[in-house]
Design a protein around this ligand. Structure first.
Ligand SMILES: *[C@@H]1O[C@H](CO)[C@@H](O)[C@H](O)[C@H]1NC(C)=O
Length: 296
């Protein structure tokens, strides 16, 4: 179970990893290091130059992805998701595909909306049937967003895997980008890809059957923070569920997160973590080990 893996990382700093990376960063010997590194990849999707074709390597103008900048990276198709801007229901989701030569990873990073506070209040709760699994329903808007780029993404990932044989595939994102990453990661898994997905402040993406299915896929890392309002949406009363486990960061905004600040919450729709908090904060949504949308 993921819970045991996470616990062993946290407690014993074992070098064991779900990532098939021959050259692991030493930080990956801890759960914290792994979650931090992919928070930085998620943040990079908000930073100009990475999603518009301007940059050749991944960089963050706000200085909030230092470990990614220190790695040897190559943007593979920065304009990959540009069309997203025109077609999706929630404004301006985007993303990029890159190679991380230091860690031998191909990384697909989805950007959330830069203006989440504008649309989050009016978020749709429409669920539609999905072929992801038996009985599964997905959030219509998120699914439509992903579908606009799904086949292009497959082509890009296939050519990246030919160009970088043996590299492990990682999909990541924050907020709406996290929702897209989770749907994309599950879709790619169903198509036979081996990958790992990291989401931060991810919205709920579908119904209970989908949450159960994602839980059993077992290569997804869903991170939440204190009383962040976004992972509480769309609501459980509207028929939405979250997969298990949840990696719940319990320390405040703009502080250095330590291993003991991360609680592993197991159980689909558990209220022992973010979902059970009685207050809701939008500023908590900005802080996921770093100022995750600091480039906006
Ligand atoms: C975070 O805290 C530091 C030190 O107190 C401060 O200088 C910085 O402006 C804060 N960052 C944000 C985005 O609030």
């Amino acid at each position: 179970m993921k819970f045991e893996i996470a616990q062993s990382w946290a407690l014993a700093s074992l070098a064991t990893s779900v990532l098939a990376a021959p050259q692991k960063r030493s930080a990956w010997s801890t759960l914290l290091g792994q979650l931090d590194y992919y928070a930085q990849w998620s943040t990079a999707a908000y930073c100009s130059g990475n999603t518009d074709g301007a940059n050749k390597v991944v960089s963050c103008s706000a200085g909030n992805c230092p470990d990614v900048q220190a790695a040897n990276t190559a943007l593979l198709n920065a304009a990959l998701l540009n069309e997203f801007d025109n077609t999706n229901s929630y404004g301006d989701a985007s993303g990029f595909l890159a190679a991380d030569n230091t860690n031998q990873h191909i990384v697909l990073s989805f950007r959330g909306s830069r203006t989440f506070s504008n649309w989050i209040a009016d978020i749709s709760t429409a669920l539609i049937p999905s072929s992801l699994c038996s009985g599964c329903q997905v959030h219509q808007g998120f699914w439509d967003d992903y579908q606009t780029v799904a086949s292009t993404l497959n082509t890009q990932i296939d050519s990246a895997q030919k160009a970088y044989p043996g590299y492990a595939l990682v999909v990541t994102g924050h907020s709406l980008g996290g929702a897209l990453a989770m749907l994309c990661g599950t879709g790619l898994h169903n198509q036979g890809y081996t990958l790992t997905t990291y989401t931060y402040g991810q919205l709920r993406v579908g119904n209970l059957a989908l949450a159960k299915y994602i839980t059993n896929v077992d290569t997804q890392w869903r991170v939440t923070h204190t009383d962040d309002t976004v992972p509480k949406l769309p609501s459980m009363t509207a028929g939405f569920s979250h997969s298990s486990p949840e990696y719940w960061i319990t320390s405040g905004n703009n502080v250095t997160v330590t291993t003991s600040d991360i609680q592993v919450i197991t159980g689909i729709d558990s209220t022992a973590g973010n979902a059970g908090t009685t207050t809701s904060s939008t500023s908590a949504h900005n802080w996921y080990l770093l100022y995750i949308d600091g480039c906006t």
